[in-house]
Design a protein around this ligand. Structure first.
Ligand SMILES: [Zn+2]
Length: 277
């Protein structure tokens, strides 16, 4: 999809997703922002909440128009790489450090690499993906039957259904962030875990690149978390971080010697294991 083929999204103003405040200062203005899947007019601002420190986009691409873009996007072979499979192997290994079996829901399961890998590892898996074409792809390719495109709260899933809920590279896209976290908390068993990752605004690459950090420029991210602001967000919905796994992003990892720097907060990806507080 390129140029004028991409659908158009307008902008709408927003407030801080963590604390609800609307007072902020502008960190960067991103001119002529290029979104891969859609077009937007005008510049975009990366702002920082004066009350809680969350960094977010304001205004944001219209969420209703964006939902249409996500759910209508064709399945393209070029989006499906061996990197996804490698990452899924690593994610399942991480999850198995905390839960070795049980029920697993992935929110925003994309092309289903994690679901397929988790199913092979013995988990009873279930996925939510807003794009019906991807749901069909997952069923066909990974043999995962329980994949649905309507929101979990419309399916009447009972309380405390899941041992594990995974949400990878998703939280930074969703404006209804509190609603999603509330649903996650409702669906998790009392000893269940939330396995979540998002770009790491504390990482060294964001500090070096500043306004040119790829996660500001090329993608439809609306929130940019640090360890501190992600902790604050989870706490507002009765969740607490049990373990932090900061690591290189999938593309960054290929170019770095990983092990020497693993304990320092420099990497591009913030991954946490959270549980009910
Ligand atoms: Zn705030």
């Amino acid at each position: 999809m390129s140029g004028e083929d991409r659908p158009f999204c307008g902008h709408v103003p927003t407030t801080c997703a963590v604390c609800g405040a609307d007072r902020y200062y502008v960190m960067y203005t991103i001119r002529g922002k290029h979104h891969r899947l859609f077009r937007c007019d005008g510049d975009e601002q990366v702002v920082k909440c004066k009350r809680c420190g969350l960094v977010y986009l304001n205004p944001i691409p219209d969420p209703d128009a964006l939902l249409h873009v996500w759910s209508d996007h064709p399945v393209t072979e070029s989006d499906i790489s061996s990197t996804l499979a490698d990452a899924a192997l690593g994610d399942v290994a991480n999850i198995r450090r905390f839960k070795t079996s049980g029920t697993l829901l992935e929110i925003g399961c994309g092309y289903g690499a994690l679901l397929g890998e988790a199913q092979r590892a013995g988990f009873d898996v279930c996925g939510w993906e807003v794009n019906p074409r991807k749901c069909e792809y997952i069923k066909r390719t990974h043999g995962v039957e329980n994949v649905f495109w309507e929101p979990p709260w419309e399916r009447g899933l009972p309380d405390r259904t899941f041992d594990v809920i995974a949400m990878l590279d998703v939280i930074e896209h969703i404006r209804e962030i509190h609603e999603i976290l509330r649903e996650i908390r409702r669906l998790l068993k009392d000893d269940g875990i939330l396995y979540l990752n998002t770009p790491n605004l504390d990482g060294i690459r964001s500090r070096i690149k500043r306004r040119r950090w790829p996660y500001f420029i090329a993608l439809s991210h609306i929130y940019f978390f640090t360890c501190e602001t992600l902790d604050k967000l989870l706490r507002t919905e009765g969740m607490t971080v049990r373990k932090r796994l900061i690591r290189p992003s999938r593309s960054f990892a290929r170019n770095l010697v990983k092990s020497a720097l693993r304990t320092v907060n420099i990497f591009d990806e913030l991954c946490v294991v959270a549980a009910k507080a």
